[in-house]
Design a protein. Structure first.
Length: 168
């Protein structure tokens, strides 16, 4: 097969099937939920209650790593051109229609697109180059700082209680 055709096909199929992609803009890589639409990955964020999109600015590039949905290992990595979609444009409306269907646990339901237009950014990650020389070793890094913490250890009896419920 022609490698020029195989690379883009691998990027598209792997990204479509993966629930998360790891995106590195100018800062550390972050796991982002996305949808594949019209030949590119689309993400929404930077608003209240949405995922952060640091380092993803219009006109820049980002490195995207796609993981296996089953095993969690790296499948493919690619360089993306970053474009911010303007609210109300045809591209924005089409991307948001796809994103809306994949957004889980939204508190505002049908009003979500209006909130995204006011408070969030929708970013298009268009594949440019497939990175074929993936590293052999682990890319594990220290977790990013977060305000979310576990305050106490899990009670000792909790695992037994949860297992009893499943057996019934």
């Amino acid at each position: 097969m022609n490698d020029q055709l195989l690379g883009p096909a691998l990027v598209e199929e792997a990204t479509k099937k993966s629930g998360l992609i790891w995106v590195r803009g100018t800062g550390p890589a972050r796991a982002l939920w996305h949808v594949w639409h019209d030949g590119a990955a689309h993400v929404v964020g930077d608003g209240p209650g949405e995922q952060p999109l640091p380092g993803l600015t219009a006109g820049s590039t980002a490195e995207v790593t796609v993981r296996s949905k089953d095993k969690g290992g790296r499948l493919v990595a690619w360089t993306a051109d970053v474009t911010e979609l303007a609210p109300g444009s045809e591209e924005w409306d089409a991307a948001v229609a796809e994103l809306k269907g994949k957004r889980l646990n939204a508190h505002d339901g049908e009003a979500m697109p209006e909130r995204w237009a006011r408070e969030c950014r929708v970013v298009r990650l268009t594949p440019r180059d497939v990175i074929t020389d993936l590293p052999d070793g682990s890319l594990a890094a220290v977790p990013l700082p977060t305000a979310v913490t576990t305050r106490r250890p899990v009670p000792a009896a909790l695992p037994r209680l949860l297992l009893k419920r499943r057996k019934r």
